[in-house]
Design a protein around this ligand. Structure first.
Ligand code: ADP
Length: 207
């Protein structure tokens, strides 16, 4: 039996947005990952781009954040383009729920980002270097973050972000949920999952 989006424990506003985005049924990674993520389990998703992994973590993230004005979810991406794209997808998924998502990346004025952060955003999507910059300036606080997503983790490692990622992860509440998506699973990624994830469930999707 194929799973339907209505089978997931998600609220009406999010279901309505999914419908308006034209998603009729969950993709394989969404079908496997969404229920586990909604139950607050850590997930390692091995999947290529184009499999619908953004919505696989995006649906539970927008479902769980409240409208209270502090950062509750942090998504790390290797590039600014991906940060902008993920932020756009989360905005579509949360069009009927008043939350703010903010992409933060190098190359953009930090003053502009500080101003935007002060308005109170619930989800930050950013590249590791710039996120760390904000943490050092204390213009971003992660103490109330309950969900961290490492998107395209192998790309982030290839770009030399591993130390930044570890520094960031050490600043997020240990009670958090951690989700990691990667097309490949080299040793360095497996080490990260051992060090920073709690009995993760692995979901593998072959395109
Ligand atoms: P990934 O995040 O794996 O790179 P995307 O999220 O970019 O994949 O998904 C590729 C495209 O498919 C996007 O345009 C996205 O909006 C769309 N998409 C994702 N999930 C579904 C679905 N369940 N049904 C239809 N389209 C979907």
């Amino acid at each position: 039996m194929t799973t339907n989006f209505n089978d997931f424990q998600i609220s009406e506003p999010i279901k309505r947005a999914i419908k308006e985005m034209g998603f009729e049924e969950p993709s394989p990674i969404q079908e496997k990952a969404i229920p586990v993520i909604l139950e607050r389990g850590d997930v390692i998703g091995q999947a290529q781009t184009g499999t619908g992994k953004t919505a696989a973590f995006g649906i539970p993230v927008v479902e769980k954040v409240t409208q209270e004005r502090y950062v509750q979810a942090l998504i790390l991406t290797p590039t600014r383009e991906l940060a902008i794209q993920v932020s756009g997808e989360l905005q579509k998924l949360s069009v009927h729920k008043k939350i703010r998502t903010l992409p933060i990346y190098g190359g953009q004025s930090i003053g502009h980002q500080i101003k935007a952060l002060k308005q109170g955003v619930q989800v930050v999507i950013g590249t590791p270097g710039r996120i760390l910059d904000h943490l050092r300036r204390k213009t971003l606080k992660l103490d109330q973050v309950h969900t961290v997503v490492l998107d395209e983790a192998d790309e982030m490692l290839d770009m030399g972000f591993v130390d930044d990622i570890e520094t960031i992860l050490r600043q997020v509440n240990q009670e958090r949920q951690t989700l990691l998506f990667s097309a490949t699973m080299p040793l360095a990624i497996r080490k990260l999952t051992k060090r920073y994830m709690k009995t993760p469930k692995t979901v593998t999707i072959n395109k």
